[in-house]
Design a protein around this ligand. Sequence first.
Ligand SMILES: C[S@@+](CC[C@H](N)C(=O)[O-])C[C@H]1O[C@@H](n2cnc3c(N)ncnc32)[C@H](O)[C@@H]1O
Length: 213
Amino acid sequence: MPNRFIKWPAPTVSTSRRGKPFLRWAGSKRKQLSRLASFWSPNHTRYVEPFAGSACLFFELAPGSAVLGDSNEELIEVYRVVCNEPERLYRRLCRVKRDLKTYRRWRQLNPKLLDRETRALRFLYLNRNCFNGIYRTNRLGDFNVPMGTRQGAYISKDDFLNCSLLLQNVTLAGGQSFRAYSVNEISRSDDNTAIRQRRVNDLGFSGGRLFQP
Ligand SMILES: C[S@@+](CC[C@H](N)C(=O)[O-])C[C@H]1O[C@@H](n2cnc3c(N)ncnc32)[C@H](O)[C@@H]1O
């Protein structure tokens, strides 16, 4: 079915229980949020974003139902841990020192050898403390971004717990088998079923464009 791209300007904004993204992400749509959010209307019942990154539009809209996908498996795992165990993760994050020695020590840990929660903690810590929220790996898949020079505060515990709350109604799809190519053409892996089943009241956001079936 062809996409019906939405024309500017458009309907109302939903402001209930809005969240703040807990990740920084290069290429995020943070600066265009108010414009993008204005396209969400009460008729939309589900938000779909196959290239989620920091999912800042999702958190801004706080939809009752959503599908978030990303080919970065560790990223999707972080969303799962924030959804299920936010308090302990946040407490552990706040305990890790934010200096160069500690940053390098966490960066050189092999995520595959860590348990799920510690892997999420490492991802979150590196994301919040690396240069400009960039996610970059070398050919061996090792995260190799240097520490950032400016240290912004972490989001508050309340905001973090609110993110967890908002993630309760989300179907997460991700990993190596997950590859979204465009709004219409999404690879055939099982993971993508949720995204491929598009519904009439979906609002989707992909590649910087909004779409609905
Ligand atoms: C520019 S970021 C998305 C930013 C997001 N809209 C935000 O506001 O934070 C692009 C994301 O798409 C993911 N990605 C790249 N190619 C992909 C693919 N073929 N399928 C699914 N995700 C992909 C990347 O891992 C990255 O997280």
